[in-house]
Design a protein around this ligand. Structure first.
Ligand code: SF4
Length: 326
């Protein structure tokens, strides 16, 4: 199958999907490993190869402000456009030979209906480098009245970003720090395109953002304040998830102390209305009214109970609560 978003450069091809803009020699793949120059065309040898599949609580994405308490059919693909040395899903994101199953978009939509899921989450690794699949499945899903949810690193050029986000009902985007050097040195990417993607996503879809807090890398109060300030400049109701890191892949530093993340959450709450702790086991991660402090949604692990929202408003003070599906 032929890919979208590329240009010919003699016998080489320049992929313009993500900011890596790989110039790919004949017979070779781009950095993401899944877009290949074959016979002068950019091709997709892993189209419809699904390497992770599940029916998850929507809170696991994490999405806390989109149909709380529901489960969603979730799929993952091989490859990634970034090379995070702490990747929590590196066995699928950094390799293409992980065993998988071929599920074409029309089959996926059928399975979603058979499993009585309200939608599809494109998640686990990096769905945006499989944009052709996600667009096709997303269009079919929408025709059937199903929701589309994107979980992504946000590392995409603006034109494909607009096309992809047009079909997404909700998204959780990683913002892995606010330091361009961290993005360049550790992730082999750039910060600004991710900020641009988040800016587009804030206009087009129900958006939440996740930052994996890594000790000594991106955990200064100043950096968290910058992240919160950037999101607040778009909309102070964008939920920010500050997740605890655990040693994975090439990183062996000890896990993040939840107490430290709790302090950083207080920093972010000076600018944002909804800040959550993530990867904290069974600890409560409730939603409170930003106006009167009323308990709106109680969560423990993936157990969710809506307590204080009536007709889209806080039952205590009447503040409008921008949570979809309650
Ligand atoms: S999508 Fe893949 S091939 Fe295209 S520019 Fe990005 S990393 Fe390179």
């Amino acid at each position: 199958m032929e890919a979208k978003y590329y240009e010919k450069r003699d016998d080489k091809l320049k992929c313009t999907l993500c900011p890596n803009e790989c110039v790919i020699n004949p017979g070779k793949a781009g950095i993401c490993k899944v877009r290949v120059n074959h016979g002068g065309k950019l091709t997709l040898p892993y189209f419809a190869k699904i390497v992770a599949f599940g029916v998850d609580p929507i809170e696991k994405k994490p999405l806390y402000h989109y149909h709380p308490g529901k489960t969603i059919l979730s799929i993952g693909f091989p490859g990634c456009s970034l090379q995070c040395p702490f990747c929590q899903n590196y066995s699928i994101s950094q390799y293409t030979d992980t065993p998988g199953e071929t599920i074409y978009p029309n089959e996926l939509v059928k399975m979603t209906e058979q499993k009585h899921s309200f939608g599809i989450a494109y998640t686990y690794s990096e769905p945006a480098i499989h944009i052709e699949y996600v667009l096709e499945a997303g269009r079919l899903a929408r025709e059937r009245g199903l929701s589309n949810v994107l979980v992504s690193n946000g590392y995409l050029n603006p034109e494909p970003a607009e096309e992809l986000l047009e079909l997404m009902d909700a998204a959780n985007i990683d913002l892995k720090g606010f330091n361009p050097d961290f993005y360049r040195r550790e992730l082999k990417g750039k910060l600004q395109p991710v900020l641009d993607f988040i800016t587009i996503a804030a206009k087009k879809t129900t958006l939440e953002v996740t930052t994996l807090v890594i000790p000594g890398k991106n955990d200064s109060p100043e950096e968290i304040d910058q992240i919160a300030g950037f999101l607040a400049s778009l909309d102070k109701n964008i939920p920010l998830h500050l997740s605890c890191y655990f040693p994975h892949y090439k990183y062996s530093a000890p896990p993040t102390d939840p107490a430290a993340v709790r302090r950083l959450a207080e920093v972010a709450r000076r600018r944002l209305n909804y800040v959550y702790l993530g990867n904290v086991g069974g600890m409560e991660t409730n939603t409170y009214c930003p106006s009167c402090g009323n308990l709106l949604i109680r969560r423990r692990g993936y157990y969710t109970e809506t307590k204080g929202i009536k007709d889209g408003k806080c039952s205590g003070c009447g503040e409008i609560i921008p949570i979809v599906g309650v």
